[in-house]
Design a protein around this ligand. Structure first.
Ligand code: TIU
Length: 231
């Protein structure tokens, strides 16, 4: 067996070992439900517009991975229309004017197939990319992602998407516990709460990278641009 090429990406707390072809770009929940007015994030009382800032960064990374034909995984937080995969506690939580399954200006909140549940136009998946509907905050709970990653030989995951301290952090922690080497792209993730974004990043890279690594997208691009990549 040949040793795979490993490209060191400057990152915190130390360089991240990027392996071409074994590394997937993960885009967590870049859905209208979280990013546009009238969706689930808006119903929870959040300023949804602040999430738009990361769209160009994710678009740029998607373009890079598509050009290289490296794997891309999109997730959506989405429930079945009968809500049979949604715990009553999740529906009941909070005092939002609209709850999961109720109808807003983009259809039923967090329900599969509804207009608001789709990934935003600018980051729309293309043929061949994996799209996972997940009932929880993490991408492994209640999904087939583990076998999909195993079948594709993916061992390394680059995380982007929203929100940093909710679905991104939960997914990265789930992946870390399952043995994946995880890098969070700092300008490719956003929160409704800037302080929570920063705190989430710090707690993941602390203690020698207890959950994984973090780096800005330029560090990844520069490292890949200099490296001889044949994948
Ligand atoms: N995708 C995701 O992060 N789901 C959330 O509910 N996030 C919030 O920050 N509310």
């Amino acid at each position: 067996m040949t040793t795979p090429t490993t490209i060191p990406v400057p990152a915190r707390p130390y360089p991240y070992p990027f392996i071409p072809g074994r590394t997937a770009l993960v885009v967590i929940d870049m859905q209208r439900d979280f990013i546009e007015k009238g969706g689930f994030g808006d119903a929870l009382g959040n300023d949804v517009q602040r999430l738009e800032a990361i769209v160009p960064t994710i678009a740029k990374l998607l373009e890079l991975f598509r050009r290289k034909r490296w794997p891309v995984i999109h997730t959506r937080e989405a429930h079945l229309p009968d809500l049979s995969d949604c715990p009553p506690s999740k529906i009941a939580r909070g005092n939002a004017p609209l709850k999961i399954g109720e109808t807003g200006s983009m259809g039923r909140l967090l329900v599969r197939g509804e207009p608001g549940n789709q990934i935003i136009e600018a980051l729309k998946p293309v043929a061949g990319e994996v799209v996972i509907d997940k009932p929880g905050k993490g991408m492994f709970f209640g999904t087939d992602i583990q076998s999909i990653l195993d079948n594709k030989g993916i061992t390394h995951l680059l995380f982007t998407g929203v929100t940093t301290e909710v679905c991104v952090q939960t997914s990265m922690r789930e992946a870390n516990d399952r043995g994946y080497e995880c890098l969070l792209i700092e300008d490719g993730t956003e929160s409704y709460f800037p302080a929570f974004k920063q705190a989430a990043i710090e707690m993941m890279v602390a203690q020698g990278g207890i959950v994984g690594w973090a780096a800005p997208s330029v560090a990844l691009e520069a490292a890949l641009a200099e490296a001889p990549i044949h994948a």
